[in-house]
Design a protein around this ligand. Structure first.
Ligand SMILES: [Zn+2]
Length: 509
């Protein structure tokens, strides 16, 4: 993995190399010399700037001088701080890292690649960051709809989970979710569910990037007997997976401040601090939660969490629909990553999160689908569109949350909110190569006056053509390459029919 410290080194090496290459002729023998220069500067960057880095982790070119991948596009929407869009562009990728980004003609003159993704009618952009989901809940899609959060959770979801969820359920459900997310251009997600080792194994093999929460909850759950047991099991999970795969970040997932008491929340934070692990938690999702917190602690949810120093460490807070005016500055100051889940919030009628207000206050805000049982899919394009529309209608202001702000939430803003802003979220030299190509072939893209407007208000998951994570192609021209589609489809269908039969039998009792 490329450590944060390597990024500037690569950037420096890339710039220096470009300066040198300007003065070198091209072709034949000189091409070989050019590659020597590339390798030389990359080596310098490693030796000089990252002591202790494993040599095997360095982004060096293949033996024959070819790099791994060139990704081309009619337009490259970088989502960098300047909002740069490159026409007729290309990205050079090797060892999972973006080596260079620029005009396709320049990139192809400079690099030769083992694999090239062609860019005709393709818009290249960073992969989408689904910052809050419960992936395996794809298998509970449609099991209970049209209910309010607390009734839905306590009378349907929690009992169904205790009855049906085991490691096999999680494996199949997570694979199904990963297939759907790859298909839709999601390259990173933050998961919170049970049997995290199984989730990690699925991520390891399918090639996505994920922060995987070991769920902590003070009730009998599918994989633990209560809060203490789930914290102990979470520690085991962190110890097994920390540093094992650079695409997988094991974290703690305390469910919420109405399913854990103050001591249990503090104990979870203490364990997270010990291992330097982030935390993902539901915060201020419903008026019930806020009122419950008020009744129990005399404080609203965020005030309560702040009062027990819960934000002393990286925190990803899902929903945050009902923050008070006093609480929003706490989120900004404590660098809490807020995750907006517009579809779930609308479906459960939980409320409209004050996203525009939080962004204005400097809060880091990303976007997520929530689980497929409250959405009912994992389509980030739909989340983008609904995020914009929900703010506009909520504030009765069409200027609220424009397309550019939403696209940021789904890419660079989301990456920042989950603590990966230095590694992913934008297409820049030195960052990990998490890249998607969106096809602009469909008639619904004609005409194209404004690319960003189309990406947010027109494009959907069916338009995603290719998906690259960490430099590896997971989907090419619509074909998911890292998951056996037929197997997952049949396993999920078979398991779902068993759940359906058990539910039908129970309803007849
Ligand atoms: Zn959730």
């Amino acid at each position: 993995m490329i450590r944060a410290g390597l990024a500037p080194a690569l950037f420096f090496a890339g710039n220096l190399k470009n300066v040198v290459l300007q003065y070198l002729p091209t072709g034949g023998f000189m091409t070989t010399i050019r590659y020597c220069f590339i390798s030389f500067f990359l080596c310098i960057s490693l030796i000089g700037c990252t002591p202790g880095e494993e040599p095997g982790e360095a982004p060096v070119a293949a033996d024959d001088g070819r790099i791994d991948l060139i990704i081309k596009g009619d337009h490259i929407v970088s989502m960098d701080a300047t909002g740069a869009i490159i026409e007729d562009g290309a990205i050079a990728v090797d060892e999972g890292v973006i080596l260079a980004i620029g005009k396709a003609a320049d990139i192809e003159a400079e690099y030769s690649a083992i694999n090239t993704l062609n860019g005709d009618n393709r818009v290249v952009m960073p992969g989408l960051v689904n910052a809050h989901t419960h992936a395996a809940m794809t298998l509970l899609r449609g099991v209970a709809d049209d209910l309010a959060l607390m009734e839905w959770l306590q009378n349907y979801i929690f009992p169904a989970e205790v009855e049906f969820v085991d490691a096999e359920f999680v494996r199949i459900g997570t694979e199904l979710a990963c297939w759907e997310m790859i298909r839709g251009g999601t390259t990173t997600f933050v998961d919170m569910y049970y049997y995290p080792d199984t989730i990690a194994e699925v991520i390891d093999s399918c090639g996505l990037r994920a922060l995987i929460s070991s769920t902590v909850i003070d009730q009998r759950s599918p994989d633990a007997e209560g809060a203490d047991d789930s914290i102990t099991k979470g520690i085991g999970f962190i110890e097994r997976w920390q540093g094992r795969n650079s695409r997988i970040t094991p974290i703690f997932g305390p469910h919420a401040n109405y399913t854990l008491d103050a001591d249990q929340l503090q104990a979870t934070r203490a364990a997270a601090q010990k291992y330097g692990a982030p935390i993902s938690i539901h915060v201020s999702e419903s008026q019930f939660e806020v009122q419950n917190s008020q009744n129990l602690y005399g404080m609203t949810s965020i005030e309560m969490l702040e009062s027990i120093d819960f934000f002393d460490g990286p925190t990803i807070a899902a929903h945050v629909i009902w923050p008070t005016e006093q609480e929003i500055p706490i989120l900004a100051e404590r660098k809490v990553g807020v995750v907006h889940n517009p579809t779930s919030n609308m479906k459960l009628a939980s409320g409209i999160a004050p996203i525009a207000e939080m962004l204005d206050a400097g809060v880091r805000v990303g976007l997520g689908t929530d689980g497929a049982a409250s959405n009912n899919d994992l389509d980030m394009w739909e989340e983008m569109r609904l995020a914009a529309f929900l703010q506009k209608i909520g504030l009765m202001n069409p200027e609220a949350l424009p397309a550019t702000a939403v696209l940021r939430m789904a890419t660079s803003g989301g990456a920042e909110a989950i603590g990966l802003g230095d590694e992913i979220g934008s297409l820049e030299v030195g960052k990990r190569a998490d890249v998607i190509q969106v096809a602009f072939d469909d008639v619904h893209h004609i005409p194209t006056f404004d690319l960003v407007s189309h990406l947010v208000y027109v494009s959907d998951e069916q338009d995603v053509a290719s998906v690259v994570v960490d430099g590896k192609v997971l989907m090419q021209d619509g074909d998911v390459l890292t998951i056996d589609t037929a197997r997952v489809r049949s396993e999920a269908t078979e398991l779902a029919s068993r759940i359906q039969a058990a539910l039908a039998a129970r309803n007849q009792e």
